[in-house]
Write a protein that binds this ligand. Structure first.
Ligand SMILES: [Zn+2]
Length: 202
């Protein structure tokens, strides 16, 4: 696939204030995530369709295209640059075990795998879902606010100081911030997010 997505504008993961990928000063007191980098804006229809086909139809061609976009984006921008220490541990938001069995793969883990490969390292599982997830996840994604999902993740073992958490999409930031909350509770000092697509649903 020769299409290369236009990079997303650097912005706050929560209020989408532009100018910097770090969490803005207004959102910082309410949140745990230090910043977020993405490959493309969620408003990009080609990227959105690729993510949907990959996620729900396990389309391997879409998986390959997304892997390529991640590598190109990391290569072009030198992520994580100076904002995240180059030795940060790369991890991902885990699916429920039952959903993973049904789907056969975890797209967030595949994003972590691609990012790690692009940076010449490997990814590690650091998070697991808690039993609290089911009721909190009933609310539709568009209604979730930051803080609603805190408590849905816990750490699976010792946590490094700097972590990059990967997922496929970040819209409200509530899910990735719940992961940052769990990691910081366990001792992480800096938690950065990396997603394929970021921003509001069009
Ligand atoms: Zn903000």
């Amino acid at each position: 696939m020769t299409f290369v997505p236009r990079p997303a504008e650097a912005c706050c993961a929560f209020c989408h204030a532009t100018g910097s990928p770090t969490t803005c000063e207004d959102c910082r007191p309410e949140t745990f995530l230090d910043g977020l980098t993405s490959v493309a804006p969620y408003g990009n229809a080609i990227v959105r369709e690729a993510l949907t086909n990959w996620k729900y139809h396990a389309d391997p061609e879409m998986g390959k295209a997304i892997d390529l976009w991640i590598r190109q984006s990391v290569g072009a921008r030198g992520f994580p640059g100076t904002l995240v220490p180059s030795g940060a541990t790369i991890t991902f938001l885990p699916l429920h075990a039952s959903r993973r069995r049904h789907r056969g793969f975890d797209q967030a883990e595949e994003v972590a795998r691609s990012l790690a490969a692009a940076l010449g390292t490997t990814h590690q599982p650091l998070l697991q879902r808690t039993t609290a997830t089911a009721s909190q996840a009933q609310r539709s994604a568009s209604e979730r606010k930051v803080g609603d999902l805190d408590g849905i993740f816990e750490t699976a073992g010792p946590v490094p100081e700097s972590v990059i958490v990967c997922d496929d999409v970040c819209t409200s930031g509530a899910t990735i911030d719940a992961a940052a909350e769990a990691l910081k509770r366990a001792g992480a000092k800096r938690v950065w997010g990396f997603v394929v697509a970021q921003g509001s649903r069009p």
